[in-house]
Design a protein around this ligand. Structure first.
Ligand code: NAP
Length: 329
């Protein structure tokens, strides 16, 4: 199978410009578990990274997005710059709308604010729907439409966009954790593409809260102060304790000590997308992250004073910037 790796007229100056046609190993393990087409709604950092990795491995990935990004990817290909997946332009199919097939897996990778509008871009019913958004509430939105085809999941990566068709994967980490009952076709596709997968059968509550507890702590503390973690570690620890208590009340087996240890071990310079989005005046996920914790705390009658205080500070800070629709790119 010959795969075209597109040339890079829009690559940033000074960066290596991948510009060649190279032979790709034929589909490798791709078809071995009856792997389906993977449709990724939201062609941003997460959607683009996975689409690039899947395409690179000879798989079939389709991105569904808004007109500007779709046109850029159709014109230039998708450049994925990664310490794990190399630096190449991939000829990924990108469309503004798609009728899903019954054996498709739909991976949802919009931010929270783009979810409902994004769903209008896909018709039909896929075999499974796997959202990778941070937070909790998006799962309910997806279940309204897709019922028990929705499999809760999280992704651990550090990625951002340098342009509408250029994704930068900053460190080699790429781990998707799927809640029970899992999604074997997606697991096979991701593993064939060298994306790590944890599908040990954890509950939805454990998977989502496990990520949210740590994320909320780093995101709120760094975004509220507009400082890196090293300057606000005590706030982050206080948020983690409050969020872990809410998680436990919600039925999640969150290991608070492990979360606190992880916060302590992160480098002083660690920061968050929430902080970057607030500073850039971009659409941010304060409500999906901290709002989800606050709503759950209210349901369980728990006090989350630090979360409340830092959320208010982030809101004040974000109102200093003119919101920009879409992303920072
Ligand atoms: N980036 C990370 O390292 C990372 C790590 C873990 C989890 N996450 C989570 O993953 C989710 C996605 O984050 P991200 O960083 O990939 O965000 P992102 O780079 O901003 O990408 C979001 C994508 O969604 C698209 N979108 C917005 N509205 C849409 C609509 N109506 N229809 C179709 N597409 C629409 C955006 O379109 P445009 O291209 O038109 O702007 C963009 O391509 C978030 O919940 C985030 O918290 C991210």
């Amino acid at each position: 199978m010959l795969r075209i790796v597109l040339g890079g007229e829009d690559a940033p100056q000074g960066a290596a410009t991948p510009n060649r046609v190279r032979a790709t190993a034929p589909a490798r393990r791709w078809h071995h578990g009856g792997v389906a087409r993977i449709v990724l709604l939201g062609p941003g950092a997460v959607g683009g990274l996975l689409a690039g990795a899947l395409t690179r491995a000879g798989g079939e990935a389709v991105l569904v997005g808004r007109p500007g990004t779709v046109a850029a990817i159709a014109r230039d290909g998708l450049r994925l710059q990664s310490p794990r997946y190399g630096d190449e332009r991939h000829a990924v199919r990108a469309v503004e709308r798609l009728e899903l097939r019954g054996d498709d897996v739909l991976v949802v990778a919009t931010k929270a604010a783009g979810l409902r509008d994004g769903l209008d871009r896909v018709g039909g019913t896929p075999a499974a729907v796997v959202p990778l958004l941070n937070g909790l509430d998006h799962v309910g939105v997806l279940r309204e439409r897709f019922g028990d085809r929705v499999v809760a999941a999280t992704i651990r990566v550090q990625a951002h966009r340098e342009g509408p068709a250029h994704v930068v994967h900053r460190i080699p980490l790429a781990l998707v954790t799927l809640a029970a009952p899992g999604c074997p076709p997606l697991v096979a596709a991701l593993r064939a593409a060298d994306v790590d997968v944890d599908d040990a059968g954890a509950s939805q509550t454990d998977v989502l809260w496990g990520k949210l507890t740590r994320l909320c702590a780093i995101a709120l503390a760094t975004a509220a102060a507009d400082r890196p973690l090293g300057d606000v570690r005590e706030d982050a620890r206080a948020v983690a304790r409050e969020a872990a208590a809410v998680a436990r009340a919600d039925g999640a087996a969150v290991d608070e000590a492990a979360v606190l240890r992880e916060l302590d071990e992160l480098p002083d310079g660690a920061t968050s997308s929430l902080r970057a989005d607030v500073v850039a005046g971009a659409e941010h996920e304060l409500d999906a992250i901290a709002g989800a914790v606050q709503r759950a705390a209210r349901r369980h009658g728990l006090d989350v004073a630090t979360v409340d205080r830092l959320s208010a500070a982030v809101l004040r800070r974000s109102s200093q910037f003119t919101p920009v629709s879409g992303t920072r790119v």
